[in-house]
Design a binder for this molecule. Sequence first.
Ligand code: FDA
Length: 319
Amino acid sequence: MIKSLLIYLSKAAWARAIVTKWKFVRQAASRFIAGDNIEDALVVVRELNKKGINATIDHLGESTTSTEDAIRATNDIRRLLEEIGCCEIRANVSLKLTQIGLALDFDLCKQNLVAIMDSAKENNNYIRIDMEDTPYTDLTIELFRFLRKLGYQNVGLVIQSYLYRSEGDIKELICEGARFRLVKGAYKEPKSVAYPKKADVDKNFDNLTKIMLDASLKENFSGLSSDGRIPPLPGLGTHDPNRIKYAQDYSKEIGLSKDMLEFQMLYGIRRDLQENCVKEGFPVRVYVPYGTHWYPFYMRRLAERPANLLFFIGNYFKK
Ligand code: FDA
């Protein structure tokens, strides 16, 4: 109930207009967000790199409502790629297609995406396309395939274990040589397309993990690149110790080397697990968001763990 309300609020423009005016909310959100600028993100990434952790940087933004904003976001992401290229940090870039115009105009989004891919190529970097809610699943996969047809290899996408369709998608896309980040899924979806029960989402996460690990072994997928930017096929985006243990145990059972499996987590969540995975010898990547469009991202973090509302309330009393 609270989860559904928070996810609804994450998309409500009226709620965003009110909530983003409250300074204490920005303060509470700072737990999950590196800061407003690229420089803030780079400081966080350098600290992570010192601990042996790679990063994927997200210039926050989604559901863009004008062509100008979509083009501005595209240019911001291109600048981010140049900055990463200049400072040689171990980081790639994640983005959402609705930030660069998918909800406005498919061709505009396509054009913006190609411009970003060119910048990524020039700067020897890799783009991970985040997966949004189901109105965009087919379009996201279509654009991913379009990029691959154009010859871009430096791109991957995200698969959500809460969707019934994901097993089919993953099997088809593995045959095409795609690399994935597997996540549980952060949006509100109807029972007709997604498992309503968490236990089933978890079970499917393990099932999809197994498919990805088996493919990694059989298809001879390469592991993490030496500059830490191109992730191996199975990137598991979760903070769930049981899912992590399943993947570690299964990879050991089939004899998959540790650098062929990457654990990915969000900035500010379960730092203990991040560090444990590094100690165990697995590549770890932390998703580092920055920027001023933090509202929907933060609301989804609250929805994932309503206990986070306590921090939110704590910040209200500190204000
Ligand atoms: P689960 O929800 O079971 O949580 C396991 C444990 O993790 C909790 O007990 C708690 O300790 C901790 N935890 C989880 N969420 C927390 C939070 N918000 N605050 C504090 N602690 C928390 N989704 C999507 O739909 N599209 C995408 O592209 C992405 N991309 C993405 C990238 C990366 C790197 C990660 C880690 C996650 C995503 N997600 C995502 C989000 C994902 O779908 C999912 O909503 C969250 O990761 C929470 O699920 P867990 O797997 O962590 O498990």
